[in-house]
Design a protein around this ligand. Sequence first.
Ligand code: SF4
Length: 457
Amino acid sequence: MLDRLRALEVLTRPEHPDLTAALARRWEELPAHVRTRNQMLGKRTAGCEGTHGVFPRCNLACTPCYHAKEAQRVRTDGQHTLREVDAQMAFLRQARGPGQNAQLIGGEVSLLEPDDLAAALLAMQAHGRKPMSLSHGDFTYEYLERVALDPRTGRPRFEHLSFAGHFDSTMLGRTGIRKVEREAQLNPFRKAFCDMFRRLEEEHGVTSYLAHNMTITPRNIDQIPEVLQEIRDYGFRMFSHQPAAFVGNQARWKERYRSFSTDAVWARIQEGAGGRLHDDALHIGDKRCNRTAYGFYVGDRYVPLLDEDSEADRRWLDSFVAAFGGMDFAAPPAVTAARTVRALAREPRALPRLAGYAARLLARAGGPVALVRTPPRAITYVMHAFMDAKAVRPAWAAMDRGETTHADPDVRATMERLQACSYAMAHPEDGRTVPACAQHSVLDPLENLELMALLPA
Ligand code: SF4
């Protein structure tokens, strides 16, 4: 009886105690420059996670490709994938607590047999992760259906699936299109990807969250607005942009990737969004790495979830974080209700601030009539700027030696970003997580050589 009461007490806490401890550790580790009022790392999230070395091969060719050239010579092997995913996710659960977003990534996920992909996603869920599969999207509805449905019963084995589809003109080899001259040529493929998930929901009730990933190079930067305007209503909920970096397979470095700034990319994203993006309302790690803008459309108007210029919105964010911390809202309604009551009880200013915030948000959205007339569609805009391998190598070497700063300002800046990293990969064999930049720039080549010997293509 006492055990059940204790379990209930933990279940209805806003945060699982393991997450509370993990967030506190992450906050302590963060460098001073990102410990700001609007910083969500270490307060709301421990950061994003990704797998590595689980299925390195891909059957499309990207320029650039962040994976080492050896990755193409590693066989995709379901048993290896499951073993590695299980070990990496178990480590992340122990190090970072439950409820964190984790990407099943590291090659092309749809080269896995459908049952192996489903098993990997279930293993991630079992370790308290919220998995998202990263794919070029060049697979069929039949494949997706076989992932989603249990072959023994024909019934869904998932209520919900998250996929990120990578679509851009830097990719070669997509079925049905030999050469992509302009981004617009890919729009039918982007739409077909969303339509597959819409059909999955209609036929089997499996809901989805879809992100659109796009690598940005000098060739396609000016096409961002056109792409975003055209595909806004296809069904993607997040538009994520990665300015190309000199990392991974050198044979695939084709352009002068540093000929534009990340500000220039963000300006094009904002133009495509059709409204101001409030990326300073909250930060996730270092702004040189990440920019995120949350909001929703009412008709064609983009409404920010938080106004970065509003002190009242900032106070609401303070109270939201103080009350809810890393609370997972995707829980059964009764659990969420109990957690919410406890969250509000620990921050009494949250309720009045929530009321004020709701009134401001409603006014920004155009009032209740506008919302009834055009139901809001939530869309998040993201930019994630990976670093060049030649910048990461010396910084990671210094950090490996236990150094926390550096005399060279460029190396120091890179170290600061790595220390504030919001995208980690697990190394259970070393008992640590590493930033994805360090994984791709430093660790991938050796790891793929080992995998080539273990799983020759
Ligand atoms: S250090 Fe690299 S992987 Fe980490 S958040 Fe910055 S760009 Fe992303």
